[in-house]
Design a binder for this molecule. Structure first.
Ligand code: MG
Ligand code: MG
Length: 280
């Protein structure tokens, strides 16, 4: 007996109206602008604690609330993951950024009850070419995944697109953490895998109103990860460096709208810029 390919919406997946997506765009812009400010501030000698204070200030100056702060007890407004740390690094006044390290900054904000979530990887000072390549490939994989978020597509199209970029480079693609649905909560169903073991065209149909966060995590070596004793920080098991890029993206009838990208993804996706909602 054969099983039908599962295309129905899993429980808990919410479909947003255009008006709700416009509100999510405003939250996404807070995240996008905050990340832009943080990237500009990164320098060797700075601590991740200082970066966290800047991030919180930026989010609050925008009239929003940092969604990470206090989330299941998380003590920071951003995640700052350096070197072999993959995700969920706790910002600290004791963690001094050093030239040659890759830093991933993950940022989330709530505005009018709606969430935005995005991450970038930044080289601290001068980095080895292989680290720059790792970050660039991870970013390219993210954009390939975002391009696959279109009406009529299926959930596994995203993982297939991410894998298609990462695999030829021989980097590790982290399996233990995934992207996610997002809306009035930071994490909603479905999980958005960065792998598609059975190829594209599988899983939930991507219909207009679906909003997800796509976030590939890629390692120089083995993709196995473990959690540190702080019960947050995820590091590579082999101690080699990692990169992490993320955007929140909505499915609209005519294609993706990258809510946390300042231009909505127009340049990278080759799409016309959408009209921006007005904040009241
Ligand atoms: Mg994030
Ligand atoms: Mg996320």
């Amino acid at each position: 007996m054969t099983a039908a390919v599962r295309t129905r919406r899993p429980r808990g997946v919410t479909v947003k109206t255009f008006e709700q997506i416009a509100l999510m765009r405003l939250a996404g812009l807070v995240v996008g602008r905050t990340l832009e400010r943080l990237v500009a501030a990164v320098a060797p000698g700075m601590t991740t604690g200082e970066l966290d204070r800047l991030g919180e200030q930026s989010i609050r100056d925008e009239g929003a609330v940092p969604s990470f702060l206090g989330y299941r007890g998380f003590p920071g407004s951003i995640c700052a993951s350096v070197g072999a740390e993959v995700v969920h690094g706790i910002p600290s006044a004791a963690r001094v950024l050093q030239a040659g390290e890759l830093l991933s900054i993950d940022c989330g904000a709530i505005l009018s009850g709606w969430h935005g979530d995005a991450a970038v990887t930044v080289p601290v000072g001068e980095c080895a070419p292989e680290l720059l390549a790792l970050s660039r490939v991870t970013c390219d994989a993210l954009w390939a995944g975002l391009a696959a978020v279109r009406p009529g597509g299926r959930l596994s199209d995203i993982g297939a697109a991410v894998e298609g970029v990462v695999r030829p480079h021989g980097f590790g693609l982290v399996e233990d953490f995934t992207g996610h649905g997002i809306g009035r909560s930071m994490h909603e169903p479905p999980n958005v895998s960065n792998l598609a073991p059975h190829g594209p065209g599988r899983g939930m149909r991507l219909e207009p109103g679906i909003v997800v966060a796509v976030e590939p995590m890629v390692t120089l070596g083995n993709p196995a990860v473990r959690e540190l004793d702080d019960e947050w920080t995820i590091v590579t098991a082999d101690g080699r460096q990692a990169a992490h890029w993320e955007h929140t993206v909505a499915v609209l009838p005519d294609g993706p709208w990258v809510l946390t990208a300042l231009d909505g993804g127009a340049e990278r996706l080759g799409l016309p810029r959408r009209a921006e909602p007005i904040r009241h």
